[in-house]
Design a binder for this molecule. Sequence first.
Ligand SMILES: [Zn+2]
Length: 275
Amino acid sequence: MKLFLSTDFEGTSGIVAWEQIIEGNAEYEQGRRLLTNEVNAVITGAMDGGATEFVVNDSHHYMRNLHPQDLAGRATLITGKHKPLYMMEGLDASFDGVCFVSYHGSIGAERAILSHTYNPGAIWEVRINGEIVGESGLNALVAAHYKVPIIFVSGDAATAEEAGLVAPQAEKVVVKESKGRFAAAHVHPAAACEMLREGALRAARGMSVMKPPQFTLPVIVEITFLVADMADMALWIRGVERVSPRTVRVVSENMLDLYRSFVTIVTLTRSLVDR
Ligand SMILES: [Zn+2]
C-alpha cells in the first residue's frame, strides 16, 4: 500500500505567521520541527493502518522544509525547486492514496490561517467549474488524472471544508481553530500528533472504498488576479483565454494539462508581483 503525501506548512498546529514558515527567520527552526512531527504522525498512523511505502513531496515555499533523515517510514522525500508538478510532483497511477498534510484555506476563505491560493501576491481567486477552490481543489486535478483517491487532509477548519468539495470521503483532521488570518487556538502539538496518527490510521484502513476526485468534463479553471497585467501575461500561454480584465480561463478534458497550465501561469505571473 503506497501513499503520496503533499506537505504544506501553514496548517500545522502552532503556526500563525510567515516568519515561522519561511527560511531565514529565527522562528523557522521551531516551525520546521512542528511540521516534521505532524508529517511523521501521519506516516506512522498510516503504517499502523497497513501502508508500507511513502513518498513525501515537500510543497512549501523553497520546498526544503523537511530533512530526509528525520522522516518516519523510510519515506522517499522530494524536495527543491522547480518541479513540473509542483505540489503534486511524484504522484502517478501506482499510488493507492493521497494525503494533504498541513494544508490551508484559499485566499478568500473566512477565518483561514495564512490563507492563499498558490501566490498571495498574484492570485485573488480560482474557480473550477464555477466553484471557488483552494490548493486542495487544484491539486485534486492531478489525483483525478491518475485516479488516486485523496484519503486524508489536515489543517484548520477552512482547509477541511474546502477539501470536502473534492474529497468528501477523506479523513479530515483539524489541528487548530483559526481566529483570522494570523491568529489561532492550537491543539497542543502532542495531542495534534495523536489526532493525526489516528486520522491517518482510519484513512489507510478505509481507503479501499474511497473514490478519486470527480470533475465534470470538460473542466474549466478560471483565475482572477490582483491586477489586469497578470491576466495579460497569462495570455502568453497557449490555450489561455481572457474572461474579463483580471480573469482568464483554461478549458480541457485533460486534468493533468490543466494543472500544468495553472503551474505555468503561477510561475510566469510571479514576475509581476509588487515587492
Ligand atoms: Zn500553500
